[in-house]
Design a protein around this ligand. Structure first.
Ligand code: GLN
Length: 196
């Protein structure tokens, strides 16, 4: 069995490298036909959640992936991936001119959190820090136009905070991160994920 990496847009190759580094084979999901390939866990990479969500819906992958996650398939979602997974999305206020339909999600919607997109504003679009994640000390964290978790519902639990904001959550086998662990050399999060 392998880990499927959603490869519609964004930083999927970096996740494939990280998985290879921890000895986990991966395959790419680009269209609905790929869903019949053998995989038992899923990575949702960073990128642009509106683009990824639209493509997922257009390709007919949204509902099948949602069903498998609801059935317990482990999923590691980073940044835009966290937005795809969230049950609710608080906008950043910059998209009011867009038609409301189809652009905003929620998309997969299995993770009991509300995320705020582009939560750090334009001035602090990207930054780097370190913090513990679920008992793993000093995890390097790269944030790129990142969301944070504005509300953690009862089914989910916060596993990392930065400056008082929740930046990582877990709900059973679903892990959602506002930062990009695949962009730093540290592989402890991928290692833990493939052992879930
Ligand atoms: N700002 C992006 C979004 O809203 C997420 C950025 C990222 O994945 N690095 O989808």
């Amino acid at each position: 069995m392998a880990t499927a990496v959603l490869a519609l847009q964004g930083a999927f190759i970096e996740h494939e490298r990280a998985l290879a580094d921890v000895g986990e084979p991966s395959l790419e999901l680009r269209c609905a036909a790929d869903l019949s390939r053998p995989f038992d866990r899923l990575v949702l990479p960073g990128g642009e959640s509106t683009v990824q969500g639209k493509l997922l819906r257009e390709e007919g992958m949204l509902a099948p992936l949602r069903e498998r996650i609801e059935a317990g398939m482990p999923v590691l979602a980073t940044c835009a991936g966290l937005i795809l997974l969230a049950r609710a999305i608080a906008g950043d206020g910059s998209r009011e001119s867009e038609p409301r339909a189809a652009q905003t999600g929620p998309w997969i919607g299995t993770l009991d959190v509300t995320v705020k997109r582009n939560a750090y504003g334009r001035q602090l679009g990207s930054f780097h820090t370190t913090a513990p994640v679920d008992g793993i000390p000093n995890v390097p964290m790269t944030f790129i136009r990142a969301p944070f978790v504005a509300n953690v519902g009862p089914a989910a639990q916060a596993i990392a905070t930065v400056d008082g904001h929740v930046v990582a959550v877990r709900q059973g086998a679903q892990i959602g991160l506002a930062f990009h662990p695949e962009l730093d050399g540290d592989r402890r999060i991928h290692e833990r994920f493939v052992r879930l």
